[in-house]
Structure formats: structure tokens, C-alpha cells
Design a protein around this ligand. Structure first.
Ligand SMILES: *Cc1c(COP(=O)(O)O)cnc(C)c1O
Length: 376
């Protein structure tokens, strides 16, 4: 597997750096009703189910668009008009689910913790005990806002003990952090082609328990976002209802060959964890402080507090790092001024070490002596 020369290396949470092989898989055209494409589509859906060890109980329903499209589609298909959701929020993607439910006119309550703190399992348990009207609980596996790893196993077990439906935005974790439906009996998760599975952007997918989806006819307020209808149509003729993102699916199929060759979730987790360790250790050597402690940090994206050194100007730093071939990710956190460095994509230990050497040299040029944040 090779990188494309001269392309910037994306230290972002997606879209991210893809291999040359993945991009090359798009150099063809496919008829959307042709058997070759139909076979490829079926293979991609089967492979996605296998990643969650969910083939016996769940279905994979793909959808055109970015990740948010499939989150919106899943929430509006699964939550009936008279349902009530509880959203566990500790970042922007949790808030986004609330905004989706505002648009859709579904009622919900939230339990919010700061961006650097996981949700409280006790508070969740209490809310489900107190309010029998809560029908669905929504959570985010890795909250990409900070990079925090939320305790989805405990969340799922708690929700299922109360016999409610649990839906996980697993966008930035799926494929790199294990989520086995036979151990963690989630009802639905959503993810996309362009995160840890290292495909190109353009499609999302939901993995939904069949017995749950079977009850959802007529819930969706939107034709194009109706995952029940998308599923039913695909059952009939194995085709997409509307123009499928053929090239994205071809790239995704190639990306999954590479994923399997790397050892699946375990292999990818290992590489990303290594990347993450190199970035954190290296940045700490330069004085930078990560927002999260190791036990909360997912090996996906790392948030660093802004340095206090007056010679540090983030925009100058960002531009210089970009000119040297690495794209960082600005922060959008409320708990602390910060920026982020992604660990995912088709990047390896050598790329991370090279990125650090680049960062170190640029800080030296800028006259930044230390990356430490202001004392709090
Ligand atoms: C990337 C991401 C999404 C989807 O974002 P899009 O920009 O619509 O692709 C949703 N949730 C999480 C946690 C994400 O990381």
C-alpha cells in the first residue's frame, strides 16, 4: 500500500489520507443496475456487518452522503413521532443529534457533561428508572470533538437492562475500536466510508437490529432519508433506490481488502494506537499538554491545549505545517483553547515521526521555546 506522492498528509478526523490502491479503484465506471456493481455492493454490506459480528441479527443499510446524512436518517427512521430520546452529550456530535431531532420534531432530553468528561452511567440509569417515556438513548462512541472514548459498553448494557433502544454514533470509531454486537447488544450504529475504514467520502451506513428496523415503517419524514424504505427496496432487487455513489463503493471495497489484510479491527486499532502514542509522547516532549488523560483518550484524534508561549500563533503554525505537507485540525472545543492532531488514515509510525520532526523544526523557527499551556 502506498501514499500518493505530493498529496498533503491529513492529520484530521476525515476525510483522511487514503492509499493509492483505494483511489485507483475508482478508475472505472459501473452501471448501477449491473450485476458487477450489485455484487460489489452486497460484498461491502456483508463486510460491514462482519466487522460488528452482527450478520445474524442486524442489517447494513447504506446511504448516500456524509456521515451526518446517515445519522439523521437513522434517528428519523428509528424514533417514532411519539417517541422520546435521551441524548448523552459531551461534544459537538452529541449536540448535532439534538439539532437533528429539533428539525424532525421528535421530543428529547439531554444529559450533558463537559467535553473532557464521560457521561455518568448512574445518571443514565436513574433517568431510565424515573422516566418510562424515554424510548431511545443516543450516544457517541468516540466524541471526535475532543477525542474522548465514551463507555459505550456500559451505556448499552444499562439501556438494555431497561429494555429501551440504544443508538450509537460510531462514526469515528467503527473499524478501529471493537464493538461486537454479541457482547455489546446495540440496536443501531452509524458510521461512514471516510473514517477508520479509510475509504473516500460519500456514503454512510447504519447497522440496525432487524427486529427493530422491521417496526419502523412510516416513521421517517423524508423519502431520501428513510432507511426502512432503503432497506426494503434493497431487499427486493439488491439495488439502491436512487443513484448510488458507485465510485465511493468501489473505493470502499478496495479499502476493506486492505483493512482485512491488516488484521481487521485488531490490526487497525494497533496501528492507530501506535500513531497516537507517538504523537502524544512527541508533543509532550515539546511541552504540549493533551486535554485528556490516557484512560479517556481514544486512538483517533488528540486535542492539545494552546501553548502560552507568546511566540506561538496558531494560524502561522498551521500554515507552516501545511506547507511542509501535514494538515492539522483546528479545535472547536468550549472547555479550552486547543487544536487537534488526528491519528487515523493511511498513515504509519514513520509518517507520525516525520510529522513531529516537522512540527519541532517549525516551532524552533517561530521561536517557540515551550508548548506548555497557561497554568490554570
Ligand atoms: C465525522 C463524524 C460525523 C459525521 O460528520 P460528517 O461531516 O457529516 O461526515 C458524525 N459523528 C462523529 C462522531 C464524527 O466523527
Amino acid at each position: 500500500m502506498t501514499l500518493t506522492p505530493d498529496d498533503p498528509r491529513l492529520l484530521t478526523p476525515g476525510p483522511l489520507t487514503t492509499s493509492h490502491e483505494t483511489k485507483a479503484a475508482m478508475l472505472h465506471d459501473w452501471g448501477s443496475r449491473d450485476q458487477n456493481f450489485i455484487d460489489m455492493n452486497a460484498r461491502v454490506r456483508d463486510r460491514l456487518l462482519a466487522i460488528a459480528n452482527a450478520a445474524d441479527t442486524h442489517l447494513c443499510v447504506p446511504l448516500q452522503g456524509s456521515g451526518t446524512f446517515v445519522v439523521e436518517a437513522a434517528l428519523c427512521t428509528l424514533i417514532p413521532h411519539d417517541g422520546k430520546a435521551l441524548i448523552l452529550i459531551n461534544g459537538a456530535y452529541g449536540h448535532r443529534m439534538g439539532k437533528i431531532l429539533d428539525y424532525a420534531g421528535r421530543s428529547y432530553i439531554i444529559q450533558e457533561t463537559p467535553e473532557d468528561q464521560p457521561p455518568s452511567i448512574d445518571a443514565l440509569d436513574q433517568a431510565l428508572t424515573d422516566d418510562p417515556n424515554i424510548s431511545h438513548v443516543l450516544t457517541v462512541h468516540c466524541e471526535t470533538t475532543s477525542g474522548i472514548l465514551n463507555p459505550v459498553e456500559e451505556i448499552v448494557h444499562t439501556v438494555k437492562a431497561h429494555d429501551r433502544v440504544v443508538i450509537i454514533d460510531a462514526m469515528s470509531a467503527f473499524g478501529a475500536i471493537e464493538l461486537d454486537s454479541t457482547h455489546v447488544p446495540f440496536d443501531a450504529l452509524m458510521a461512514s466510508s471516510n473514517k477508520c475504514l479509510e475509504g473516500v467520502p460519500g456514503m454512510g451506513f447504519a447497522i440496525i437490529r432487524e427486529s427493530v428496523l422491521a417496526e419502523c415503517e412510516g416513521n421517517a419524514h423524508s423519502l431520501s432519508l428513510d432507511l426502512y424504505d432503503q432497506w426494503q427496496a434493497m431487499e427486493v432487487n439488491a439495488q439502491w433506490r436512487f443513484t448510488p455513489p458507485t465510485h465511493v463503493i468501489a473505493a470502499f471495497d478496495a479499502a476493506m481488502d486492505q483493512f482485512e489484510a491488516e488484521g481487521g479491527v485488531a490490526g487497525r486499532h494497533k496501528r492507530y494506537s501506535g500513531n497516537c502514542r507517538i504523537i502524544i509522547d512527541g508533543m509532550q516532549t515539546l511541552g504540549f499538554e493533551p486535554l485528556l488523560s490516557n484512560n479517556l483518550q481514544a486512538p483517533i484524534i488528540v486535542t492539545f491545549k494552546m501553548p502560552a508561549d507568546p511566540a506561538f500563533d496558531f494560524q502561522v503554525f498551521y500554515n507552516r505545517v501545511k506547507e511542509s505537507g501535514y494538515v492539522l485540525y483546528p479545535g472547536k472545543l468550549t472547555v479550552a483553547p486547543s487544536f487537534r492532531i488526528g491519528c487515523i488514515g493511511h498513515l504509519h509510525a514513520d509518517d507520525m515521526r516525520d510529522a513531529l520532526a516537522t512540527i519541532k523544526a517549525i516551532l524552533g523557527d517561530m521561536g517557540v521555546k515551550n508548548g506548555a499551556p497557561a497554568a490554570t
